[in-house]
Design a protein around this ligand. Sequence first.
Ligand code: SAH
Ligand code: SF4
Ligand code: F3S
Length: 439
Amino acid sequence: MADARKLFIKTYGCQMNVYDSERMAEALGASGYTLTDQAEDADMILLNTCHIREKAAEKVYSELGRFKPLKAANPDLKIGVAGCVAQAEGAEIMRRQPLVDLVVGPQTYHRLPAMEKAMRDGARPVDTDFPEEDKFAHLPKPPRTGRGPTAFLTVQEGCDKFCAFCVVPYTRGAEVSRPVERILTEARDLVERGVREITLLGQNVNAYHGAGDGGTWSLARLIRALARVDGLERIRFTTSHPNDMDDDLIAAHGDEPKLMPYLHLPVQSGSDRILKAMNRKHTAQSYLRVIERLRDARPDLLLSGDFIVGFPGETDQDFEDTMALVRQVGYGQAYSFKYSARPGTPAAERAGVPDDVATDRLHRLQTLLTEQQRAAQNSMVGRDVHVLFEKPGRAAGQMTGKSEYLHAVHVADPRVEKGQIARVRIVESNTNSLAGILA
Ligand code: SAH
Ligand code: SF4
Ligand code: F3S
């Protein structure tokens, strides 16, 4: 093993980047790197970046600027840009910010050990291929050391949907599903390391169609197989497209107890005119119908969504349609964004909505969504939930974890241990969390 060098990784964007950062750390672990949480101590800094909105992409350059003094103090320090900005901008990043030594896209980070070596020999590698080989098969097995009780597991990558506003089909490439056996093996490994809850990840996770026993498996079939893994107690998945919620996946919400009653199902807009312009390939009505069927299967399902306001051509009436849809669904949690024109996407060519109008709409939508979120959270008071405890809370003697509905729950009780699932009576609803006592 080489001398212990230190690696600092900063992660932006979605959960898939969180998963990828762990895998990058493992890949470089094999080259002798250990993680540090101080950029000042690092021999190598990696920014795992997000390109989804302009603000996300610009953050990378301001962060890189902050590393200038570190590089001046330590000329051997290597700085790499990974993730979706790396994929979208490639070598251009090095032209704009010459202190960058390495650019690696989301599909080639299994080649990091070789790139790291090349860098030490003075090269400045750029790799934004979409290789045929499965990067996951080329990564080292994770170390068998303990970890927290929850984990992400990427089962599907990329997207073929091409929503008119979205960079993901370009930064992550075409939809690819990992084979069933590999996923089951990774899940069993995680469980052996103490994991009790797994969130299956994919940009379009419910479009999963992986090679398995007897042919192609759907996400529902994969979930049912994972549910038979002893010691794995909870399964979640994100993010889904409304058109890919098939019958079996809807049914699984009702009859698979390990599948948690929380679903992130983005709709983006409540106006059919805008949905069509977005190339979403569903209508407000078809979305509502999916929600209705899900709630028939699992009445207490907590729904989460994503919304974009100010999409090119959005009128006041279109926006009111979105507000009406939100009122009809009743979300327990949601993310909403002002439309951001992304280079290379079809919508970027279209005339936008004035910024003050979009800002005003975002404010109104967020006020409504926050009200719904608070109401959903407050409605938990007096109820019993099951909490998987993850870590000590901020107050002394407190443990914090998540309920089946993904609410953060704090309990101050010496009997509570990390990794335990306990029945908890909710006694208080605070701004961003609930407080409870063992039931
Ligand atoms: N695959 C998921 C989410 C992808 S990105 C899906 O299909 O919904 C996460 C969210 O970012 C999207 O749901 C969308 O609400 C938002 N988003 C994507 N592109 C955007 C853009 N150009 N401007 C503003 N928000 C955007
Ligand atoms: Fe982007 Fe999601 Fe649409 Fe795919 S389905 S293009 S990831 S918003
Ligand atoms: Fe961002 Fe890439 Fe995820 S653009 S949201 S990090 S897939």
